[in-house]
Design a protein around this ligand. Structure first.
Ligand code: TRP
Length: 475
């Protein structure tokens, strides 16, 4: 039985508004915080190339699929599957769970970014040699990061409570272009440092001897995470989309913006890193150490102002992403559980905040661990390496095997009004190639993960998916 939403769906106010909101969801900490340190840990150039291949052949197709499913069914993550074939509801539930898990650590990093606006304003750049230690001390502190995380979550609540066209759309439209400009400034400054070319070489000259199955899985996970795919966020955003929009063009715009920002963040970070002799594999602290140091180098008020703008931009980019994560959970609670927006937003945010407390404490060595891994890394690993890719695989299988080819063609071409000559290619990628490719990469990556100690947690992720598939019919 299909559920019918009781009120007409809110719609995006304008074409540009939707592209900017979808790009706002995609461009976030994934591009500027996660991409550089993951590329750094995974060998640089070769990782970038594999990542780009995944973005073009898998990311683009999956995003178009999510938009098409969302707009066709006019339902959010869970409802879109449920209304088509009840047995597939579990894919929606996986998405809602992924939303909780990502929101179990994302606001912690969003909080760091927010804190850095004030730290930069408070004279962090005056002692460049202390910047690295200051970051380490800050994130392992049991109290301070929690306060910033709380403020960050409050900002999310404020945006999402207004509904899509009121809050999310306006925030994205104004602040996304600003961030792009600041990143260009950072990149230009980075490249001009002495010794910077080694960084460009590291990023753009592939050395495939460093590639193993976990690097390939990391690249796939990064592509899904960065493009906001695999958990129904783009299904949810697509469900608010008007019938006359051109889905293919929108997808192309969002994918290119997201990828441009990731590469730009790499160009901003790696040359500076090599110039400052910071290890590329330095890990999650990278952006919080390299960027302040770069601006300290620039010196004076100008350096401080740019650093301020950078962290304001990063915080806003994070915010336009995390609101999309919260929105997936909230729209599920509204559409399927009949909650009011207010109750849904506060209820979901409370649970997310509690998860974030565990995540944040785990970085200081506090709190429970699973297989010796703290909450922050567990949430990150489960989503990045398992749920998003496997979710994306199921979304493709669902579209390819449970929806009719002609319905999809009508949806994507707006009943034949826009031409999409590559429809056949896209359809075959989605129906056959992507499910197969993702399954292989995930299988090999998880097997390979047993060498680095991540294997048991990834296997736990697979077990959770199996349980969701079994119990979802009763939910
Ligand atoms: N893409 C965002 C980033 O790069 C994070 C994000 C937002 C996300 N919504 C998502 C990731 C949905 C996966 C799924 O920071």
């Amino acid at each position: 039985m299909a559920t019918t939403p009781s009120t007409p769906r809110d719609n995006w106010g304008s074409r540009l508004g939707f592209v900017m909101a979808a790009a706002g969801s995609a461009v976030g900490l994934g591009n500027i915080w996660k991409f550089p340190y993951t590329a750094g840990q995974s060998g640089g150039g070769a990782f970038l190339m594999i990542y780009l291949l995944f973005v073009i052949f898998i990311g683009f197709s999956v995003m178009l699929t999510e938009f098409a499913i969302g707009r066709k069914t006019q339902r959010s993550a869970v409802g879109s599957f449920k209304s088509t074939d009840k047995r597939w509801t579990f894919v929606g539930f996986m998405g809602v769970l992924s939303g909780f898990l990502i929101m179990g650590f994302y606001p912690v990093v969003g909080g760091w970014s927010l804190a850095y606006i004030f730290k930069v304003g408070g004279g962090l750049l005056n002692t460049p040699e202390a910047i690295g230690d200051s970051f380490g001390g800050f994130i392992s502190n049991p109290v301070q990061p929690l306060i910033w995380m709380g403020i960050y979550i409050a900002l999310n609540i404020a945006v999402v409570i207004k509904g899509i066209s009121g809050g999310i759309e306006k925030a994205g439209k104004v602040l996304m272009p600003l961030l792009f400009l600041i990143l260009i400034v950072v990149a230009v400054k980075g490249i001009s440092l002495p010794g910077a070319t080694a960084g460009l070489e590291f990023l753009f000259k592939p050395d495939f001897s460093k590639v193993d199955s976990s690097v390939v899985l990391a690249a796939l996970g990064q592509a899904f995470f960065s493009l906001s795919l695999g958990m129904g966020a783009m299904i949810t955003y697509g469900s608010y989309l008007k019938k006359k929009e051109n889905l293919v063009q929108t997808t192309a715009m969002v994918v290119s913006m997201d990828t441009a920002v990731a590469i730009l963040a790499g160009v901003a970070m790696f040359p500076a890193m090599f110039a400052f002799a910071i290890e590329p594999a330095a890990g999650p602290g990278l952006v919080f150490v390299v960027v302040p140091q770069l601006f300290a180098e620039m010196g004076g008020t100008i350096g401080m102002l740019f650093a301020l703008m950078f962290f304001i931009g990063l915080t806003v980019a994070a915010l336009t992403s995390s609101v999309s994560l919260l929105e997936v959970v909230v729209s599920y609670l509204i559409d399927e559980k009949g909650l009011s927006r207010k109750t849904a937003v506060f209820g979901a945010s409370t649970i997310m905040a509690i998860m974030c407390i565990f995540a944040s404490l785990s970085l200081g060595g506090l709190g429970p661990t699973i297989f010796g891994t703290g909450a922050f890394d567990v949430f990150d690993l489960l989503t990045d390496k398992v749920f998003l890719a496997v979710g994306g695989m199921f979304i493709c299988i669902f579209a390819g095997w449970r929806m009719s080819r002609s319905d999809l063609e009508k949806e994507i071409t707006n009943d034949g009004e826009v031409s999409f000559p590559l429809f056949g290619l896209w359809y075959n990628l989605v129906k056959f190639v992507i499910p197969f490719a993702v399954a292989i990469v995930a299988y090999m990556g998880i097997s390979g993960g047993f060498e680095s100690g991540q294997g048991p947690i990834m296997l736990l992720g697979i077990a959770i998916i199996a349980v969701i598939a079994l119990v979802s019919k009763k939910l």
